[in-house]
Unconditional design. Structure first.
Length: 87
């Protein structure tokens, strides 16, 4: 099993775009018992990846509860870097 942050990054190489809720839903089966698979921690991991140039913001909207959802994607260079380091 990959470390959770690796799994989060790798997930972005398999989808067109995703928000933190999408990541949690996709990784729930394998990482559901991890404390770090909670929205604040996932958002932090995504924002760190964005700050490091691996992901970029694509759009945002509000969910049914009025919470902001920010969507990201791994651009070609980011995906290439992720795939080079995380097999």
């Amino acid at each position: 099993m990959k470390p959770l942050n690796y799994a989060i990054l790798k997930y972005f190489t398999t989808v067109k775009e995703a928000c933190a809720d999408d990541v949690i839903e996709a990784l729930e089966d394998q990482y559901g018992k991890f404390k770090a698979l909670r929205k604040p921690s996932v958002i932090e991991a995504i924002m760190t990846a964005e700050a490091n140039g691996l992901l970029e913001e694509t759009r945002f909207n509000l969910d049914k509860q009025g919470e902001l959802r920010v969507y990201y994607h791994a651009h070609k260079e980011g995906a290439d870097t992720i795939n080079a380091y995380i097999k």
